[in-house]
Design a protein around this ligand. Structure first.
Ligand code: GLN
Length: 447
């Protein structure tokens, strides 16, 4: 059924860069054989899953939607995809993204533009737009994305599904192509909170192959679901209801908060005064880390290499000039500049200090509440092409999601209604470090 849906919708949606049809059928038939033999199978066995194309999959192309990795076929499997394979999940293919996960609309992909299933003239959000569109349209049941500044939550909001970024370190990044290593986290998309909880449970856990991986027990997140929210303390982040917030989004999010209150939660306003410096700090820290991470694409070790180079330098230069797209080059330029001798203190170090202040705002907030709520994004899905010529306006969409990455906290987007044009709106629920349980509890009771 999933393959049929893919066949019917892909000419319009372009959620996938690569559909692994034969492999999927083979994986599915192995599950069928177990069922026929009346063997017990894990919960995720046979479930069709989409995988963002920045996760390494052995023997299956992994392009990061970039020309520079166009011909890259990883010789190894990422920890998360290995875990899913081990429980019999069926990978349908690799989903589209902004090049190297840099963007908020999936328009910087070198290969295809993904359409929003609710209105195909609009973007699905990004950078995990392919993974979000694939789940929203029923091309697969759940999918994996990565979130550095909002790339799971914002597309989940634009596509009307659930998307979760876990606590930094909860999910192994081994085999995730690095963008900004101190911010990147892999997380689940699903059509319900329960689906996302099951998928997170399957991919989370300590991994010696990732030095930032946390040694914690992974619970069954569905055990925290409760019918009401009596005694839960929920904080509304004052600063996220300011200028630039679409009126329909504000109305829907306020209505969602009323509903959370009706479920028994105590609501209070919480100010996070340094929240608004998130974007400025992020656009120093993320490009700095990206410029270092992307230095490895030199035409020698991975993917594409230009032909007929005059010498080594010419090969490096032309491979990178032809291989990277404009947004990726912009980030490399910003990052190398911010890290240069003489500028390091003024930019990078300063941004790191601001990051600490933002973290302190959250720490203070969590002294009085269990979870924080805000809109996920200030608007609903915009028209394709609307923001691609203006990087700054594109960067501003992540206003509400970026601070969560800077502080390493878990955050989720849950659908909370529609705007006057029928486009989905997302409510963001943020938890304290490793309090995924609370985020899932509130999200599930509300949903
Ligand atoms: N839109 C943000 C950026 O362009 C976040 C991307 C992400 O989370 N991968 O960097």
């Amino acid at each position: 059924a999933s393959l049929e849906q893919i066949q019917a919708l892909e000419p319009t949606l372009h959620s996938f860069l690569h559909v692994t049809r034969d492999r999927a059928l083979e994986q599915a038939s192995r599950v069928d054989a177990k069922l026929a033999a009346k063997e017990a199978i894990p919960l995720l066995a046979g479930i069709p899953i989409g995988i963002k194309d920045n996760l390494c999959t052995q023997g299956v192309p992994t392009t990061c939607a970039s020309h520079i990795l166009q011909s890259f076929v990883p010789p190894y499997e990422s920890t998360v995809t290995q875990k899913l394979q081990d429980v019999g999940a069926v990978m349908m293919g690799k989903t589209n993204l902004d090049e190297f996960a840099m963007g908020g609309s999936t328009e910087t992909s070198a290969f295809a533009k993904t359409a929003n299933p609710w209105d195909v003239s609009r973007v699905p959000g990004g950078s995990s737009g392919g993974s979000a569109a694939a789940v929203a349209s029923g091309e697969c049941v759940v999918s994996l994305g990565s979130d550095t500044g909002g790339s799971i939550r914002q597309p989940a909001s634009f596509c009307g599904i659930v998307g979760m970024k876990p606590t930094y370190g909860l999910v192994s990044r081994y085999g995730l192509v690095a963008f900004a290593s101190s911010l990147d986290q892999i997380g689940p998309f699903g059509r319900s909170v329960e689906d996302a909880a099951i998928l997170l449970g399957a991919i989370a856990g300590y991994d010696p192959k990732d030095s930032t991986s946390l040694k914690v027990e992974i619970p069954d997140y569905t055990q925290f679901f409760t019918p009401d929210l009596k005694g839960k303390k929920v904080g509304i982040i004052t600063e996220t209801f300011g200028e630039g917030l679409d009126a329909d989004v504000e109305k829907a999010v306020r209505a969602a908060i009323d509903q959370i209150k009706a479920l028994g939660a105590e609501i209070q306003e919480i100010s996070c005064p340094r929240f608004r410096y998130g974007i400025a700090a992020y656009y120093i820290i993320a490009p700095s880390e990206a410029s270092a991470n992307l230095a490895r694409y030199d035409g020698v070790r991975y993917g594409t290499r230009v032909e007929n180079a005059e010498d080594l330098m010419d090969m490096y230069t032309r491979t990178r000039a032809e291989g990277f797209g404009a947004e990726v080059k912009r980030r490399i330029m910003i990052g190398t500049y911010a890290l240069s001798a003489g500028y390091y203190d003024a930019y990078y170090l300063k941004a790191q200090k601001v990051r600490t202040l933002i973290k302190q705002d959250f720490e203070k907030a969590f002294e009085s509440v269990d979870v924080l709520v805000s809109p996920t994004a200030p608007t609903t899905a915009f028209q394709s092409g609307d923001k691609s010529a203006d990087p700054l306006s594109m960067y501003l969409i992540d206003l509400m999601t970026i601070p969560v990455n800077l502080a390493g906290l878990p955050g989720m987007s849950v659908p909370c209604g529609f705007d006057s044009q029928g486009l989905p709106i997302g409510l963001q629920i943020i938890g304290n470090v490793l309090r995924e349980d609370q985020v899932f509890q509130v999200a599930h009771a509300y949903e």
